[in-house]
Design a protein around this ligand. Sequence first.
Ligand SMILES: Nc1ncnc2c1ncn2[C@@H]1O[C@H](COP(=O)(O)OP(=O)(O)OP(=O)(O)O)[C@@H](O)[C@H]1O
Ligand SMILES: CC(=O)N[C@H]1[C@@H]2OC[C@@H](O2)[C@@H](O)[C@@H]1O[C@H](C)C(=O)O
Length: 372
Amino acid sequence: MEKIRTAIGLMSGTSMDGIDVALLRTDGRAFVERGPFLGVPYEPAFRDRLKLALEQAKSIAQREQRPGDLASVERELTLRHVIAVREFLATNALDASSIDVIGFHGQTVLHRPDEALTVQIGDGALLARETGIPVVYDLRANDMMHGGQGAPLVPVYHAALAANVPHATLPVCFVNIGGISNLTYIGAEGVIVGFDSGPGNTLIDQWVETHAGVPFDQGGMIASEGRIVGELADRYLNSPFFTAEKRRSLDRNDFPPPSGADAELVDGARTLAYVAAASIIKSAGHLPVTPTLYVISGGGRLNRVLMQDLKDIAHRKGAEVIKAEQAGFNGDSMEAEAWGYLAVRSLDRLPLTFPGTTGVRAPVSGGVVVKP
Ligand SMILES: Nc1ncnc2c1ncn2[C@@H]1O[C@H](COP(=O)(O)OP(=O)(O)OP(=O)(O)O)[C@@H](O)[C@H]1O
Ligand SMILES: CC(=O)N[C@H]1[C@@H]2OC[C@@H](O2)[C@@H](O)[C@@H]1O[C@H](C)C(=O)O
């Protein structure tokens, strides 16, 4: 039997809303036992620092460069992860010595797959030293070095989850609606296909922040008052991203937000919710088989307007849409769990990515391991 390890996964996603912490016991293969979860939000001032860091990162040409404030933001981000881990351990009466490994995503500040350049800030050595726990970080770089897009990495974990559901309906399509959306298709014979499917919450967040001063459209309340502006929706949905022959992973800035002249507040929120939903189904058209079941995780599943649009569009194609919770999963913690799973796979040098997920030439492992 393979060694079962206890891992903590840490995710700070493209929405930059906070740190997700999840516990997982796994052999990095079929055995997966999910544990507790903690979300630690960033306060607005730190979110603003991260947004500035994204701007400063645009001048990075070599992935180890840290122009402007980036080095100090990286340190602060890492120390916030240290605090999040300590809080998680204390809340769950866990000792650091009971954790075999931490999978540390860090914060993506730049992602240019066409230039084989992806940068996640986060100091793995500092995290290991401060927590006393071995850390695996920088999990995307090796994939890119082997011709992959560097994202998405979650598909291999989705496949493990699907394998663990007794009588799971296959094929199934897992969709994460985060800042950006990505999907994983798992076929009846175990085939895995994954790719970024389009804009998620980032456009909605940027819109309501600029025009209403709120960080996100809670429950889709703002969108629920509006109507879809067809011309604006088409501008996004006609992007060459959806029709390109090759699937390309996305940077947070790839789809720029609309301007104030494009719509009123409520209509903009309504349109962008629709764009997020329609993008998923449009991208799913590239899958080998049309999915009949979509399982939704990520913050976007809490936007009721987006979810209703997704259900309506999927139903027209004969597919059902359910939240991760309806399939027995946790839609908030799935990515953090995945980073724990990937860390364990990394320790055993098992592949993290595959030609069908990132377009990598052959299955490859990845990640940098640091001991405390
Ligand atoms: N109650 C809610 N109602 C509507 N939208 C919500 C709600 N809660 C969270 N969201 C949206 O979900 C986003 C966060 O989603 P999530 O944490 O899945 O993204 P992420 O992990 O940062 O991104 P990615 O998966 O792209 O890395 C928020 O920015 C917000 O737009
Ligand atoms: C470069 C980067 O950070 N990409 C993220 C982003 O957020 C969602 C989507 O775009 C996905 O491709 C990826 O994250 C998830 C966790 C992944 O790698 O599977």
